[in-house]
Design a protein around this ligand. Sequence first.
Ligand code: C5P
Length: 353
Amino acid sequence: MIAAASASAPGKVNLVLQVGQPDHSGYHQLFSVFDSVARREAVTITLSAPARSGNDHATAQAQTAAALAQAAQAQAQAVSGRPWWEEVEVTTTVQIDPATDKETEQELAHLDPAQHLAVRALKEVAQNSGSERSQQLQAKQIHARLEVVKTIPMAGGMAGGSADAAAALVAANAVLQAELDDEELHRLGRRLGADVPACLAGEVTVATGYGDQIQRSYRVPTHHWVFVLAHQGLSTPEVFRHFDSLELGRNELDTELSPSLEQALLGGQVAQLFQNDLQPVAAKRDDLKQTLQELSARALPAIISGSGPTIAVPAADAEAAHALAQEIRTWPTVAATLVTTSPSAPARLEWEK
Ligand code: C5P
């Protein structure tokens, strides 16, 4: 091993999500209040020397058949014409719902590494820094391996993929000795996904543009959540498309929080802010409609997170959150519940060696 670095980044729930009209790119102008949650994705990047030609040291030293096969495979990869980022190894550990984690890991094992947001983040950092390690990586003189630990529900409206990208940007910046500053990481993050800057920033942020322009950050007291997971995910592009077909886009968006909502936020009274323009679209799905009705019948405030389907329910404290989670988990429309808190720290380096 040459070097390794590990970083983490939080998922999010939108306390406010106002959606404007789509522009020429198909993307929408947004006014969003992101609340980072203490479910964080961890990305570890390890750089090592690749095995090389026939008289290569590693091949010469390989004693067993398994070691020989491994050396031959590494050698084949080193001389193949594929771009380096297609050869990045990615392994994923899922820690979301014990009933389905193993199955999800197996599905993820088949994903194309070149499409993985964490790999794309590593590629952005390597291509935008002149460091020696960045050059060596691109010349295939060193090899990169990524380990992702997922704790944020997938296709859930909680920016799990964007958190992978944010954590990978920070880990790559360290391991490649790229020395990119925060502004540059945000610029690269924006290219990977509209939510990536919010995952980099953590805390509670107000964002405009495509949701990628962070206008300001608030220090908000710790508050408690139950996240209610559905049996099936929702595709964000499809929810936006449906939203457009119903012509629901606003002509005018807020640009800042009103003083009274700001006061509620600073007091940790997050439910007072709840507003999600995508909710009527996501909640057309029968299971979500039913879960929201059950919550409303118990006078529990709730909001669909982003494009859904995860539903966020605030709780007074940790004890209340656990009791509520236990009850809601038994509902037939619910796959699992997660208890967590907000806000969470910005994306950060956890360790390097
Ligand atoms: O940027 P990201 O890849 O995370 O966005 C996922 C999808 O959400 C986009 O493909 C687009 O359909 C939709 N989106 C949008 N307007 C935004 C942000 C996202 O239409 N401001």
